[in-house]
Ligand binder design. Structure first.
Ligand code: BGC
Length: 485
């Protein structure tokens, strides 16, 4: 298969000379050190997905052990998201101050500690504390890992590297669904929640080994250390012009990394793009489906628990993971915009179909629905599968990729944190509000509302989000000051 390495408007930075035995991909060398970087991304994303997906299956056992009130059930479920929101903000500050690698180390420690606290919790208060710690780890990792990936990946593989993070999230969610299915009785919830201590520890271990980001080292003024890391990651590459380009771009930025600088009007455009993409990723409904898939399928006529678990695991979890591979294959070839626009179109159309199908489902008498999914129920299932596929090759991976490549180096950590916190804030609102919204306006209008957001997102992306494929991080910054247009 022929692969175009760079967009015509942005000449590629010279590729590494391939040392013998190294894997080749898209004209760039993937060295063993880049594999370590990849491992950091995969563990971080996997833990993000697992900790997000596992709670649905664990809740039943937790309720039985601690006799939780309805309010506490909500707290146990949603405080991971709250922890993630604060973790993301702290993660940005940490990533800029102590470096990308050390921040990932902290995330690994939080994943491990939080998992153990949850697994051993003697009462609800400690359990909730464990949920918050894990949530904090999810937030910190959600900022640090893709940022790290974007800064260390070769330009022409950057989209793939950050998409590998999304692939790991989806694998984590899928695995959580499977584990929930296997361990469904009694105190097994302790194993479900505690299991993530192992990958948490592994993340810590690979992060210890991993190189620090040369771009961050340059930002804090350690050029010789940056050169050493760059040579290690990309042996054979002439590192001097690369570091000169980073230094020039840091000089142009000239400002100190501060929160005020993040909100400075010079960077308003990338900030709006980052936050806008983060919010549209959530308000188009993905987590309403990820969290409440069982209930949606129950209303669509999949009445037995086993049929709901099966369609949720495979039609949502499995399909989400597999379809992310489409993004990995195409993001650095077709570009970000094409995937985003095609995906949103498909998501919007599928949601319209789900809304129409629910008009028919609601008119089916209860007795008939109990006999199994009706034709409209099957249409709902197929349309949701189409929605998941379209999300998985577009708004899932591409949003994280773009968020992590558009900001100037000196504020990247904090700016990514703002966008990530906006993502978790919107995820929290959608997951909290979804069932109530259905109660007020019904299934059909709720899905049509998500479809409307897809339409609005499509128009906004078409007008506001530039193509970043094939440009180095430094060249992307020129887009905001007119030099690259
Ligand atoms: C989103 C998550 C979502 C996941 C589903 C991620 O990109 O940020 O909120 O649950 O995709 O695959």
């Amino acid at each position: 298969m022929k692969v175009r390495i760079a967009a015509p408007e942005a000449p590629p930075i010279p590729a590494a000379r391939p040392p013998s035995g190294a894997a080749q991909s898209a004209g760039q060398t993937v060295t063993p050190w880049l594999m370590v970087v990849l491992a950091v991304i995969l563990f971080s994303g996997g833990l993000f997905g697992y900790d997000q997906g596992v709670i649905s299956g664990a809740l039943h056992g937790i309720k039985a052990t601690f006799s939780l009130s309805a309010l506490l059930v909500e707290v146990v479920t949603s405080w991971v998201t709250l922890g993630a929101l604060f973790g993301a903000l702290a993660g940005g500050e940490l990533a800029d101050r102590i470096g990308r690698k050390s921040t990932v180390l902290i995330a690994g420690a939080m994943f491990t500690g939080g998992a153990l606290v949850q697994a051993l919790a003697p009462d609800t208060v400690i359990l909730v504390a464990g949920r918050l710690i894990v949530g904090g780890g999810v937030g910190v990792a959600a900022v640090a890992a893709p940022l790290y990936a974007a800064e260390l990946a070769p330009t022409t593989l950057r989209g793939r590297f950050v998409s590998a993070y999304q692939l790991a999230i989806t694998a984590g969610i899928f695995l959580a669904y499977l584990v929930d299915g296997w361990l469904s009785q009694g105190d097994a919830w302790r194993w479900m929640l505690g299991a993530s201590a192992v990958p948490g520890l592994l993340l810590f271990a690979v992060a210890l080994l991993a190189p620090e980001s040369p771009r961050w080292l340059m930002k804090v003024g350690w050029r010789s250390e940056a050169a050493a890391q760059l040579q290690k990651i990309r042996p054979g590459v002439d590192f001097k012009p690369r570091l000169d380009a980073v230094a020039a771009s840091l000089r142009r930025e000239a400002g100190r990394a501060s929160w005020a600088e993040v909100f400075h009007k010079e960077w308003r455009r990338p900030l709006l793009i980052g936050v806008g993409l983060a919010v549209f990723q959530q308000v188009t409904g993905i987590n309403a489906i990820i969290y409440y898939a069982d209930q949606i399928f129950a209303s669509a006529g999949f009445t037995s628990q086993s049929s709901q678990t099966m369609v949720t695991t495979w039609a949502v979890g499995g399909v989400n993971m597999l379809a992310t591979l489409i993004a990995i294959a195409f993001i650095d070839r077709l570009g970000r915009r094409k995937l985003l626009l095609a995906g949103l179109l498909g998501m919007g159309l599928s949601l319209c179909v789900v809304g129409i199908a629910f008009r028919f489902i609601s008119t089916v008498p209860a007795g008939v629905a109990a006999a199994g999914p009706s034709g409209a129920g099957i249409v709902t299932l197929l349309a949701l599968v189409a929605f998941i596929i379209c999300f998985a090759f577009s708004m899932g991976p591409v949003v994280w990729t773009v968020i992590n490549e558009i900001f100037p180096g000196h504020i990247r950590g904090r700016a990514v944190a703002v966008a990530t916190a906006a993502n978790w804030g919107s995820a929290f609102l959608v997951s909290q509000g979804f069932l109530s919204l259905i109660g007020v306006i019904g299934n059909s209008f709720t899905f049509w509302l998500f479809a409307l957001f897809c339409g609005a997102g499509w128009v906004w992306i078409y007008r506001a989000v530039p193509e970043t494929k094939g440009r180095s991080l430094e060249q992307i910054q020129d887009l905001w000051n007119g030099r690259g247009l």
